[in-house]
Design a protein around this ligand. Structure first.
Ligand SMILES: [Zn+2]
Ligand SMILES: [Zn+2]
Ligand SMILES: [Zn+2]
Length: 197
């Protein structure tokens, strides 16, 4: 997962730019929209160009088919899944905004957990329950996620906050996956609508 030579801007832009290497295999099969081409064609050494096109968003967020949690798929490993082993990605590649102001339809304080790789809500005094043990541990961007807007062909509704473990999970199936706090996740609050390729 080494970055290309001369990528001095890469670390400043985002440590997680390393996901570009891994995402290439998936993007290659995707329809060649302008956005996709810009996001993946730019080498790490030219992040100034890439960032202008995809400013303040990060992709490689995926649905885990085992626990239903939204997790970051941009590393060589897939974190820790409450259903056992690592998370297992399926379906859409989600593109999530970060470091933008909160609005009536966009909630801040969603963070990456460095222990289990889940997206979890960091806006409470405590940090939920992590499948890797203890509470989640936040790192990196502060995501500001859209909610209670209409679903379209490029954004998916039914993503919810779990009151038991604090992760974002997919609530669109008859069952609610697997929760690190025991049994299935339990939805509360906003109906998040996430953009995807
Ligand atoms: Zn999982
Ligand atoms: Zn965690
Ligand atoms: Zn849960």
């Amino acid at each position: 997962m080494a970055l290309p030579e001369g990528s001095e801007r890469a670390s400043a832009a985002s440590d997680r730019r390393t996901f570009l290497t891994r995402s290439l295999g998936v993007a290659a099969g995707v329809t060649g929209t302008v956005v996709t081409a810009a996001a993946f064609a730019a080498p790490a050494s030219a992040t100034s160009t890439g960032s202008n096109r995809i400013q303040s968003t990060q992709d490689a967020w995926r649905f885990c088919t085992k626990c239903y949690t939204l997790y970051y798929w941009g590393y060589p490993t897939d974190g820790v899944c409450p259903a056992g082993g690592a998370h297992s990605a399926q379906g859409f590649n989600f593109i999530l905004p970060y470091d933008v102001p909160e609005t009536p339809n966009q909630q801040r304080n969603w963070r990456f957990c460095t222990k289990c790789f889940s997206m979890y809500f960091w806006g409470y005094p405590t940090d939920g329950v992590c499948p890797a043990g203890g509470a989640h541990t936040a790192q990196g961007f502060n995501f500001c996620l859209p909610h209670d807007i209409s679903e379209t062909s490029t954004r998916q509704a039914n993503w919810r906050f779990c009151t038991k473990c604090f992760v974002m999970f997919y609530y669109g199936y008859p069952t609610n996956g697997r929760c690190a706090a025991g049994n299935a996740h339990s939805a509360q609050g906003y109906n998040f609508v996430l953009s995807h390729y």
